[in-house]
Ligand binder design. Structure first.
Ligand SMILES: NC(=O)c1ccc[n+]([C@@H]2O[C@H](COP(=O)([O-])OP(=O)(O)OC[C@H]3O[C@@H](n4cnc5c(N)ncnc54)[C@H](O)[C@@H]3O)[C@@H](O)[C@H]2O)c1
Length: 255
């Protein structure tokens, strides 16, 4: 669990999707370290349970729940569970994603729909299921978008479309559910998570060279941004898109 003396989420309940790995797991550890009871949702059951067990061993509160974020029925069931078990939800971090790396003309309809369901539709389903609980607690919603919302990279048409849409959706939801619920979006750049297992050394070096920071980011660095946006430290921030990319999206190496 993250070492911190900060307890911004004491007595609060936080739900995180894609929580078994990478940025979601780091956010779960961070919010738990700051006092939140964490509901960690994923489809990777072994890793998800391992995360919840580790948080509990470190003195925090967490439970793992199996859930496919693209399923409307899952969200309805989860909202009932959270209401019964905790009686409130203060933070929702919608973070799971799916990507199929192919040019647009090679994607079939199932691949397009599947990516949009997990990466975009899930955030709408989450709000539909939890709007009342978030409003009751004057809570915060954080959506994980990506620098793909800002720039094009070959092979990611559905992923980029979903990530761009999340920024617009975040602004829309901020207007729709404010002032009681704040909604913000975080845009990670190259962050070293298991998602990078498929990228070889040369690919990683290219990405490192493309940053101002001259390194890949850590999941904990994104988790810190999510925790900030979800906390009362960000009480006057809503509808914002916060880039966490070591300067990757502001560098261009040709005139
Ligand atoms: N790592 C990066 O460089 C990077 C860059 C930009 C944006 N992001 C975004 O950050 C978020 C987290 O990515 P990560 O790098 O931590 O990935 P990761 O692969 O480490 O973790 C993703 C998690 O999502 C879970 N998941 C997948 N489909 C799911 C579903 N249908 N229902 C529930 N859970 C599901 C996986 O099981 C996994 O545990 C994603 O939204 C991703 O697009 C990551």
């Amino acid at each position: 669990m993250h070492e911190t003396s900060c307890r911004r989420f004491q007595g609060r309940v936080a739900l995180i999707t894609g929580a078994a790995s990478g940025i979601g797991a780091a956010t779960a550890r961070r919010l738990a370290a700051e006092g939140a009871a964490v509901v960690a949702v994923d489809i990777a059951d072994e890793a998800g349970q391992h995360l919840a067990d580790a948080i509990i061993r470190a003195g925090g509160r967490a439970e793992y729940r199996h859930g496919d974020v693209g399923s409307a029925a899952m969200w309805e069931e989860l909202a009932g569970h959270v209401a019964r078990r905790y009686g409130r939800l203060d933070v929702l971090h919608s973070n799971a994603y799916a990507v199929v790396v192919k040019p647009a003309h090679e994607l079939d309809e199932t691949e397009w729909d599947g990516q949009l369901a997990v990466t975009l539709k899930a955030s709408w389903l989450a709000v539909r299921a939890f709007a009342a609980q978030l409003s009751d607690s004057e809570g915060a919603l954080v959506l994980t978008s990506s620098v793909h919302a800002l720039v094009g990279l070959p092979g990611h048409p559905a992923y980029a479309a979903a990530k761009g849409a999340l920024c617009a959706l975040g602004r829309q939801l901020a207007v729709e559910y404010g002032p009681r619920v704040r909604v913000n979006t975080v845009l990670p750049g190259p962050i070293l998570t298991p998602a990078w297992d498929r990228v070889d050394e040369a690919g990683r070096a290219d990405s490192v060279a493309g940053t101002v920071a001259k390194r890949l980011g850590t999941p904990e660095e994104v988790a810190a941004a999510v925790a900030f946006l979800a906390s009362s430290d960000a009480s006057y921030i809503t509808g914002a898109s916060l880039v966490v990319d070591g300067g990757w999206s502001i560098v261009k190496d040709s005139a």
